[in-house]
Design a protein around this ligand. Sequence first.
Ligand code: 5AD
Ligand code: SF4
Length: 447
Amino acid sequence: MKTFYIETFGCQMNAHDSEKVRGTLLERGYMQVETPDEAELVLYNTCSIRDKAEQKVFNRLQQFKRASGKGKVFGVLGCVAQQEGERIFERAPHVSLVAGSASYTKLPEMLVQLEAGNRRVTGLSLDTDETFDTPFTRRDNPHRAYITIIEGCDKACAYCVVPFTRGPERSRTSDSVMRETRSLAESGYTEVQLLGQNVNSYRDPSPRGWDFSQLLTNAGSVPGIRRVRFTTSHPRDFVKSIIDAIDENPALCNHVHLPVQSGSTSVLARMQRLYSRDEYMRRIEWMKNAKRDIAITTDIIAGFPGESEADFNETLRLADEVEYDSMFIFKYSKRPNTAALQYDDHVPEEEKTRRLMLLQERQRAIQMRRNASYVGKTEEVHVEGFNVATGQWIGRTTQNKTLNFSDAALPAPDEGQTLVGQYADVLVTRAGPNSLTGERVRESCVQ
Ligand code: 5AD
Ligand code: SF4
């Protein structure tokens, strides 16, 4: 039996791609092992969103340079593979396979070539209409399942490599998405997460022609499915009907990740984001005016070329106005092929760091305040694990907040008894900036 090891970097799309790759390999008779040392085939599913992410794969490959002599086969998959292509063979000659995500449908053929001893196998074509829809997907998480609904991206944000690494947008048919959702529910999944670089521009290619809101509503109506999440959204394509759908269907989680990137309209224009600060704020208003308490999270780039102190202050003000539940902040990183590379007013590294830290500090206080407002409330969590060190169960609320809790009746997993995978009502007793703490309330105690 042939053995493989796979390590995944980057976003949830990549994590899910790895599940598909894993399924394809298991189907071909490969066995997965836990360390690269034990494996004959070592795969890295890579990310190139920022320079640091890209460097990681070359560091990994460097570590194993000598091991390649011992009959190991190395493969680089994902975004760095697509971006660097055959240059990877020059930089790391012990690599035998370089394939981007749009080529995974051809993975079985690529494996045949590798097995036949070909040491320069590539899958780099982006001109595919197919979405990678494999029936062999082997999911890592037994409780929350990723479902791809759209691949690629047709936007042209000035900082972003994704259109180059994942190609043009392709939506899956609603029929295929619904079939997968139903089959996941039948196999016991209660929570699904719809994935795409830009889920809002989903458009069913079949005559039924569903838009994203219709797909959401239908996924949330599948018997057995208790939670539907989605990521990631682009403000330009984010329409009010998505909020209406969330308001009407409790199975749709009340959390929206809506990356703003900057609070300054002029920076947004130079980023080619296709919306102004005001247009973004209108979407925030829809969420704030919704019947349900929708958690809002975002991504920010600190120090985009030309970002002035005044521009950055606009971002600080926006953070105060929106009061995000969570925020991912990144220092701008130069990426190959992107428009912003040509901009000449790059912000010094120390200044990017200063802005990042200022914003982090500001956001920490906001999160502390937001989370404190949950103390005294009872929240339903989907239980994901147990922390032996703290003696607490780890749950997640519909708003995607981590809620660690104790359960007097089941203080720890015990002889086949576990809460993992179940839903529990938890009274929030304490709040920190990044998580909540509470105690499980048994049904008899709920008013
Ligand atoms: N530099 C820094 N951050 C970036 N992101 C995307 N490209 C870059 C870049 N070149 C961030 C954006 C995006 C998140 C996934 O990564 O904020 O929303
Ligand atoms: Fe990284 Fe973007 Fe590729 Fe995801 S799509 S792996 S974030 S570069």
